[in-house]
Design a protein around this ligand. Structure first.
Ligand code: GZL
Length: 323
């Protein structure tokens, strides 16, 4: 009752401006059903598939009529998919931008169409688009901290005097690849035992990760640490190393990020050392944040997801919840 009275009073004095419009962001009214756009970038690994499922699993309970698209690995197609959703008159957009720059016009176009956008799991170049102005907020992990935590674990657990590191990077131009590289490299190179001899993208994909590892192994047969920006490329690297007669977990240390089932199994099998969690289950958080926004709350620019770390000490305990 109080809110209605306040609203009536404010409208009467013409001073009513919803928090949303005060910040310049498109408002979102509270209602039973929402037409929601979820623009997935690709479905090339278990992480992506788990994320998409999380949105579908959340839709009914959150009152979403969900329009979900898949850009099959093309940022240009993801832009077109967002255009199409805008034309269909969605109420709200959930967008994991494949790369930091190409999706910025789409974010701005959604705002111009009066559609509030929440970036999930990846973000855009902060110099070109801002949370609280161009989009409501970024929902996701601290990728720099993920990389740093992998480096900390590696420094503590690498037993040799000299580490020769090969780094398998995620999708070129994506925020997780940029930040996981920064977080790991800045920390690991503070320990003089570690030398980075090669760093190349495997596009977050298992098979490309395997192919890149095969090539880098030819050039650097003395590699004894592999840092992969995600578990799929780490598993691919393990395949390449075993094909070459190496023994992952014995003569080469594999460290990674995500927390997939295959990675936890590789840790249990002694082939992988560590994986820092990067949860794909964004559906519930997206629903909660959207409802907070519709209720008139000011959303923090970064709705940060906290990540666990999976090691030989706890992998078996968590594998049943993995994807
Ligand atoms: C992280 C996400 C990354 C995962 C990869 O939020 O963007 O993309 O770490 C996925 O497995 O492809």
């Amino acid at each position: 009752m109080k809110r209605t009275l306040m609203l009536a009073t404010a409208v009467a004095f013409g001073t009513f401006t919803s928090l949303a419009s005060a910040s310049g962001l498109p408002p979102l009214e509270q209602k039973e059903r929402y037409k929601v756009g979820f623009s997935q970038m690709e479905s090339n690994n278990p992480w992506r598939i788990a994320e998409t499922k999380s949105f579908h699993d959340t839709a009914e309970s959150c009152g979403w009529d969900l329009i979900a698209t898949d850009a099959a690995g093309s940022a240009a197609k993801q832009v077109a998919d967002v255009d199409s959703m805008i034309a269909q008159g969605i109420d709200v957009l959930f967008l994991p931008p494949r790369e930091e720059k190409p999706l910025i016009p789409a974010v701005k176009k959604a705002k111009a169409a009066g559609i509030p956008t929440f970036l999930v799991d990846r973000s855009v170049d902060p110099n070109a688009a801002k949370a609280g102005e161009d989009f409501v907020a970024f929902l996701g992990s601290d990728f720099i901290d993920q990389g740093r935590r992998v480096a900390e674990w590696t420094i503590e657990n690498f037993k040799g005097d000299k580490a020769v590191i090969v780094e398998l990077e995620g999708t070129t131009g994506s925020s997780p690849a940029n930040d996981r590289k920064k977080g790991f490299d800045d920390r690991i190179l503070q320990d003089e035992r570690f030398e980075m001899v090669a760093s190349q993208s495997g596009d977050f994909a298992r098979d490309l990760g395997r192919q890149v590892m095969e090539t880098l192994l030819q050039a650097h047969p003395d590699v004894n640490v592999v840092y992969a920006h995600n578990d799929e490329m780490a598993i691919g690297a393990i395949q390449a190393l075993e094909l070459a007669g190496r023994k992952p977990g014995e003569d080469v240390l594999i460290v990674s990020i995500d927390g997939t089932r295959d990675a936890l199994q590789a840790i249990i099998d002694g082939k992988m050392g560590v994986t820092v969690e990067s949860s794909p289950f964004f559906g519930p958080l997206a629903c909660e944040t959207m409802k907070r926004y519709a209720a008139g709350e000011t959303i923090e620019p970064w709705v940060q997801v906290k990540d666990r770390i999976f090691t030989p000490e706890n992998a078996a305990k968590h594998i049943d919840e993995a994807y």
